[in-house]
Design a protein around this ligand. Structure first.
Ligand SMILES: Cc1cc2nc3c(=O)[nH]c(=O)nc-3n(C[C@H](O)[C@H](O)[C@H](O)COP(=O)(O)O)c2cc1C
Length: 210
């Protein structure tokens, strides 16, 4: 299991996701493993479901899985990997709701210049992976983040028969009983490693530069 926190207060990539059925959560763990292979800590966080009246309807700490993301988790990350199930070709509402509360960070530019990428899980192979991934990039662009996908130098992009796109990692949950395919895992890890490496290169705290 990848680290879920950076207790020492060092730099970390926030792997922030929403998952109801667990497949996007499984992807998040593989992305976190990729981040750590770049020598950067990964912080796994999720968001609560939203209720129709938008009042809190869940305990403040989830019963299982990653803790809920705080504004500070996002503000202080060195980079972001954002994961959502596809919902009608778009990002799931709980993640949208979380981002709708980040005006302060937009105003003070906390996220500007930091690398970010998106990942998604769909029920059908052509059910909107790319549209969801691109829709997830929109708020990140408003925040001034540096968007990165997966380059075609990753061989699995060319031969995958399941998920995996140049816009970001993806999983086709209808194709394999919810288990990630070998190519999907490879591409999750590649994307995590890439964002970890970019965070190191872009960090004001390191000698490494692009
Ligand atoms: C309200 C709703 C809308 C969905 N819309 C789509 C869709 O547009 N395309 C698709 O392929 N799958 C769609 N799905 C299926 C989910 O994207 C898919 O089951 C995904 O793997 C769930 O991820 P999770 O296990 O992390 O919750 C939808 C599911 C729900 C509940």
């Amino acid at each position: 299991m990848a680290a879920t926190d950076t207790e020492q207060g060092g730099e970390y990539i926030l792997v922030l996701y929403y998952s109801r059925g667990g497949t996007t959560a499984r992807m998040a763990v593989e992305l976190a493993r990729g981040v750590e292979s770049a020598g950067v800590a990964a912080r796994l966080r999720t968001v609560p479901a939203v209720s129709p009246d938008t009042e809190a309807s869940l305990p403040p700490v989830p019963d299982a899985g990653a803790p809920y993301c705080t504004q500070d988790d996002l503000r202080h990350c060195a980079g972001l990997l954002l994961g959502s199930p596809t919902r009608f070709g778009n990002m799931a509402a709980p993640l949208r709701y979380f981002f709708d509360q980040t005006s302060d960070m937009w105003l003070d530019g906390s996220l500007a210049g930091k690398p970010a990428g998106a990942f998604t899980s769909t029920g059908s192979l052509h059910g909107g992976q790319e549209t969801t991934l691109v829709s997830m990039m929109l708020p990140l662009l408003h925040h001034g983040m540096v968007i990165a996908g997966i380059p075609y130098s990753e061989a699995a992009l060319m031969h995958t028969r399941s998920g995996g796109t140049p816009y970001g990692a993806s999983h086709w949950s209808g194709g394999n009983n919810g288990e990630l395919s070998e190519d999907e895992i490879t591409l999750c890890r590649a994307q995590g490693k890439r964002i970890g490496g970019l965070a190191r290169a872009l960090s004001p705290n390191t000698e490494e530069r692009l």
